[in-house]
Design a protein around this ligand. Structure first.
Ligand SMILES: *Cc1c(COP(=O)(O)O)cnc(C)c1O
Length: 412
């Protein structure tokens, strides 16, 4: 399919960013970042770092220790791998799709074994195969080798959120000492995540999704058991090493110069989240996700589109992947939405390339932003002749209106 010509550089009005990361930046974050660098000995630098540290712990309801990296999410993944996995240790990576497979491949590239449980397309992690793999590991002739279970909470490629309590229960049921390590890159600040209550040993995060920051800041929250395991782990490492980063001086804590502007931005973003209230942030994500789901359900009745996630309860509140029928190119829909209607959505990743498009609805978003994005996507579908009916946006408006009036809100 040939694409229409690029529009001229001047676009009247706003461009809507509805990828599931990087996400829209709040003005308060942009303003906080538009500041000079500071001398690293300035106490204001320490204050900012302390505020980020305390704020992330509050967000995660944890007493765990935080380590920051001038890196994206892949950097934080690598930190978990090299700190937790000794050269002969393995990670168990339950299948969630593109992101679990990418993390497993990163383990393998670093010389570690990654054991995968099967990925059931469109469904959350099944806990039984996790428990079975851990039980089998305990019976292994050479002794157990799984040091950690690496769980992707929301797989951003499939729009599926898995139940973390079920993963914790599977590890407990097997009686295996493996640590529970959670990739919350896409779920953080969209759903509540109480790390200590959920007995999660490590949370891996990054800046550019629910946290409403530019890309470039990765972090890990590390509990006691994980710190102890890392201290015993002989794997050679330097930049990622938790033990040497457990220092007070910012120069050591960051293994060099902290990314100051990202830290200013993080402090501001955390302030926005706490000012709104974490329960309110979660509720807003639920309502906006409900609106997107109402539109997708209405579009799907024409037979050309459908939810990729087939279990409604497992649909992410931050990103929705929409499957297209054979012969309908999701990338053409994406291109039309962006170039004709100024709405940027995402395409399919890995095994879903050419099979889905994805609407991001996380971070600094209001109802009219989501309704505008849905309007742009529906216009793209209609302009391409993709059967989608005409009720999608109306269903989203209904959902949002009934949620606001407190009546039972649900897709028509
Ligand atoms: C985006 C994402 C990552 C990778 O983050 P990068 O910053 O792109 O390296 C990892 N896990 C999940 C679930 C993600 O959504």
């Amino acid at each position: 399919m040939s694409h229409p010509p690029e529009p001229s550089p001047r676009i009247p009005g706003l461009r809507f960013l509805h990828a599931p990361g990087p996400t829209h930046l709040p003005d308060a974050v942009l303003a906080a970042m538009h500041r000079q660098s500071m001398d690293l000995g300035d106490p204001r630098v320490q204050d900012c770092i302390a505020a980020c540290d305390g704020g992330l712990r509050r967000l995660l309801a944890t007493r765990a220790e935080l380590f920051f990296y001038a890196a994206n999410g892949h950097g934080a993944w690598e930190a978990a791998i090299v700190n937790l996995l000794a050269p002969d240790a393995a990670a168990l990576v339950p299948g969630t799709g593109h992101f679990s497979d990418s993390w497993a491949r990163q383990c393998e590239a670093l010389g570690r074994a990654a054991l995968r449980t099967p990925w059931d397309e469109g469904r959350p992690i099944a806990p039984q195969p996790v428990e079975d793999a851990l039980r089998a590991d305990l019976q292994r002739p050479g002794g157990p080798r799984i040091a950690a279970v690496f769980v992707v909470h929301t797989d951003t490629a499939s729009g599926v959120t898995s139940d973390l309590a079920a993963q914790r229960a599977a590890i407990d049921a097997a009686g295996h000492p493996a640590l529970l390590v959670v990739d919350a890159v896409a779920s953080l600040a969209t759903v509540p995540l109480a790390m200590d209550d959920a007995r999660i040993d490590v949370v891996v995060g990054a800046s550019q999704k629910g946290l409403m920051l530019p890309p470039g800041l990765g972090f890990v929250a590390v509990g006691e058991a994980a710190l102890a395991l890392a201290a015993r782990n002989p794997t050679p490492r330097f930049y990622w090493d938790w033990t040497q980063r457990r220092a007070r001086e910012s120069y050591r804590r960051f293994c060099g110069t902290p990314p100051l502007q990202l830290m200013y931005g993080l402090q501001a973003a955390l302030g926005l989240l706490f000012d709104e209230g974490l329960d309110e942030v979660a509720a807003r994500h639920r309502v906006l996700a409900g609106a997107v789901h109402a539109a997708v359900a209405a579009w799907s009745r024409a037979g050309a589109l459908d939810f990729f996630c087939c279990e409604p309860a497992a649909r992410s509140v931050g990103v929705t992947a929409v499957r297209t029928a054979p012969g309908i190119d999701p990338d053409a829909i994406r291109h039309a939405a962006r170039e004709r209607f100024q709405v940027a959505i995402a395409g399919g990743l890995g095994p879903l390339a050419g099979r889905v498009f994805r609407i991001g609805h996380l971070g600094d978003l209001s109802a009219p932003m989501v309704l505008g994005a849905l309007g742009g996507v529906q216009a793209a579908l209609q302009s391409l002749g993709v059967p989608c009916g005409r009720d999608g946006v109306a269903a989203a408006v209904d959902f949002i209106a009934s949620a606001a009036s407190g009546t039972s809100a649900g897709p028509r």
